[in-house]
Design a protein around this ligand. Structure first.
Ligand code: 5GP
Ligand code: ZN
Length: 141
């Protein structure tokens, strides 16, 4: 099989041109271990089609992707004896996306791993929050 995007490292993995530690494959999805894991067992789940971000993935792939995330997530937790699991997904460089082929990170977590992956802030006032909610709600298509 030829890579769908010849410049994309994940398309090359899907095409078998670059090896990976595969954990699951279906007609439309692939899952393999991240080469630089947050914790051992950190897996990546991706559609085989080259869609740059989450927002480009066709809706009809949604249920297969969700099912794959559940199946692989359960297996990652069982294999690593994890106490928890983070699902993370980066879109665009500003959000830390390094590979422009949409993918989901499944990161096994242990109660004592000491990681803080999700620092949070607040809003200056309640109006800022409700105003932003209204703007976003008006743009959901
Ligand atoms: P992103 O930052 O785009 O959300 O995540 C890309 C992930 O892909 C990174 O965590 C990185 O370690 C992983 N990665 C990059 N190149 C390769 C590769 O060739 N093989 C594997 N298995 N993982 C890769
Ligand atoms: Zn690709």
């Amino acid at each position: 099989m030829k890579p769908k995007d010849p410049d994309c490292i994940f398309c090359k993995i899907i095409a078998g041109e670059i090896p990976c530690a595969k954990v699951y494959e279906s007609e439309t999805c692939l899952a393999f271990l991240d080469i630089a894991p947050v914790n051992p067992g950190h897996a990546l789940v991706l559609p085989k089609g080259h869609y740059p971000t989450l927002m480009d993935i066709p809706a009809e792939l949604g249920s297969e992707l969700t099912e794959t995330l559940s199946k692989v997530g359960r297996a990652v937790m069982e294999a690593t004896g994890a106490d928890g699991l983070n699902l993370m997904q980066n879109n665009h460089e500003a959000a830390g996306q390094l590979v422009n082929h949409a993918h989901f990170h499944l990161v096994p977590r242990h109660s004592d791993d000491g990681l803080q992956l999700w620092p949070q802030t607040g809003y200056d006032n309640p109006d800022e929050m409700s105003g932003l909610a209204k703007t976003i709600a008006g743009l959901v298509k």
